[in-house]
Design a protein. Structure first.
Length: 136
């Protein structure tokens, strides 16, 4: 079985030739977007011969354009504007997904984190500390 067949077999409840293997990793701040992020993810798949890729999402939802930069009280929620979904860091994440999808086509499947509204709101209540990058 190839990587896609292996993962698909498991998702369809069939027995694969072996369990699919994958794990994820937060890359350095320089590899959260652009060509460096694409290269880091592809090198990760190749180095460990992963069956599928879980993309890292260190490009968080854009911060609110409030004077304080944070949602501090319930009335601040009324000041949030509707976004298109491709602004700022979100747009960089979409670009990363698109570029990796082109590289992965026919080779392996991918998944990514989509933060729920509660997690996103919780992040908007604390001052911005830059990208969330965990180092080994």
């Amino acid at each position: 079985m190839n990587k896609i067949e292996r993962v698909t077999a498991v998702m369809e409840g069939r027995k694969p030739d072996r369990p699919p293997v994958s794990f994820w990793h937060h890359f350095s701040a320089e590899a959260t977007a652009g060509p460096q992020a694409v290269e880091a993810h592809l090198r990760h798949v190749e180095t460990y011969d992963l069956d599928f890729l879980k993309l890292m999402n260190d490009n968080r939802y854009p911060r609110p354009t409030l004077p304080s930069g944070v949602v501090a009280e319930v009335h601040d929620l009324e000041k949030l504007s509707v976004l298109n979904g491709d602004e700022d860091a979100f747009g960089r994440q979409l670009d990363l997904i698109g570029e990796l999808a082109r590289h992965a086509a026919g080779e392996f499947l991918m998944t990514t984190t989509i933060f729920n509204s509660w997690s996103t709101l919780r992040q908007m209540t604390i001052p911005d500390r830059g990208p969330t990058v965990r180092r080994a």
